[in-house]
Design a protein around this ligand. Sequence first.
Ligand SMILES: [Zn+2]
Length: 397
Amino acid sequence: MADIALEGKSGKVVIKNIGLLLSGNIDQPILEADTIVIFDGIIQAVGKFKDVDTSSAKTTIDVHQTCVAPGLIDSHVHPVFGDWTPRQNQIGWIESTMHGGVTTMVSAGEVHLPGRPKDIVGLKALAITAQRTYDNFRPNGVKVLAGAPIIEKGMVESDFKELAESGVKLLGEVGLGSVKAGNEAREMVAWARKYGIQSTIHTGGPSIPGSGLIDKDVILEADADIIGHINGGHTSLPEKDVCELCEKSSRAIEIVHNGNEKVAIAAAQAAIQLKCPHRVILGTDGPAGSGVQPLGMLRLISLISSMGSIPAELVFCFATGNTAKLRQINAGLIEVGRSADFVFMDRAQHTSGKTLLESVQLGDIPGIGMVMIDGIIRCGRSRNTPPATQIPEVIGH
Ligand SMILES: [Zn+2]
């Protein structure tokens, strides 16, 4: 079950009777549409049922007036090989996370590999191997964008060129290797950028024995594309430094579940006050010392919306479209031409919130009724979330 054939195509799929359509687009988080038409995994049309061509569908799904949103994108994970994590010696964590609504994960470095090579040839070989293996292996359809080398002292421009030409598109967290000084990091981040490799920098105190402190001055000087776990992973910089980073840098503000929750709220609110909510992206930083959290993304959305008093429909954009745009991922938005990767949700049974969005703003997490990746149903009612009040129904094959 874990390895769904990549060849399988969805054919024509119609999703109808949508009660709430979250777009993932921070400029217009809710769409006035009740139907999505998909062909072979790609969104073909979004609109009112009467206005779109729903004829001769291979699969029709009646959502029963519940919510459809883009599948969640976890901007910060640490995969290693397959659906196994040595961090907690657990198998099936990616497949289980799909039951938490995650359809794409982005590696911030395969750092948990036992005996991880730190020499330059070895770290490049690992990155290329990780990129290839996850390109070929998608646990229950989840897209894992991996192959994120941890940069070390001694790397030169041609190393970045070689990585890029080999298919590597990401740097692992800058600061987890021997490059910890701002000026050194800045040079390598710029080489990476020159060859189309996106960079993320570790922010805050050491995560585990062996890693170190990266403070705000190093982050500003390095100028990586993403201020990784701005709320610490787990130990945070002082709240005032985090707010200063939001203000002085124009780079992505990444907030993670395995970080300081108080500072998570402060960073999200700072972005709203600075009128740059499009910069906020969410991740888990899992697997982590505190475990594997299949509901980490949903818990973080609910935390930021409830404690930060930010409308839930905006926070869902932090976890979907914002990340897709900043990372050039062809999912995360309900838009013609994007991948049909969706999470179907309803208010959890017996939440005090009267609607899905209200329940999230009150601090509850939604119930998931279905997850779809590339137009293919990957699970029905989630085994991990509290039960959704109403779930979608497949009414025609
Ligand atoms: Zn980190």
